[in-house]
Design a binder for this molecule. Structure first.
Ligand code: DQA
Length: 149
């Protein structure tokens, strides 16, 4: 059987992790997170690709590129989570399941962060575990791939 591909998409301002509000988002950098994801992907026997963009259009293009190519997507859409109907529509339009992740617990912060316009079209949401949110999402998608095979 072909190896499964999981695509990770990091949204706006996540390139600043490590220096950006460390009390909220921790001290790990995006490279640290991608490195940890790479290690777990090897253990789970899945292929992984990581991408970051601050631009809504580039995130949408990346989601489109996942259709027919990736077996699952891990998406931290950053602030776009709370208002981008265009990203929501892109998730609904593609085939692979998308897991919504957040480093912080968006439900324990400002009211506007409690709203996720993408949650209804994602398979699940993992929020509040720092970089472990991404690792849990990878584990969940790898399991789902196994169950489907
Ligand atoms: C975030 C939460 C969002 O509300 C925020 O805009 C981010 C990061 C998180 O990972 O906790 O940029 O998605």
């Amino acid at each position: 059987m072909d190896r499964r591909l999981i695509s990770v998409i990091h949204g706006p301002n996540l390139n600043l992790l490590g220096e950006r509000e460390p009390d909220v988002y921790g001290s790990e950098t995006l490279d640290d997170i991608d490195g940890a994801l790479g290690g777990l992907a090897r253990e789970l026997g899945v292929d992984l690709e990581c991408f970051q963009s601050n631009s809504e259009g580039e995130i949408i293009d990346r989601l489109h590129s996942c259709s027919g190519r990736a077996d699952g997507v891990i998406l931290n859409a950053g602030a776009y989570t709370h208002y981008s109907i265009a990203i929501r529509d892109a998730i609904a339009a593609i085939r692979p399941p998308v897991v919504e992740v957040h480093l912080s617990n968006v439900h324990a912060r400002e009211d506007f962060r409690r709203v996720s316009v993408i949650a209804p079209v994602c398979v699940g949401q993992i929020s509040g575990f720092g970089s472990t949110s991404y690792l849990l999402a990878l584990e969940a998608l790898a399991r789902a791939c196994k169950e489907r095979s």
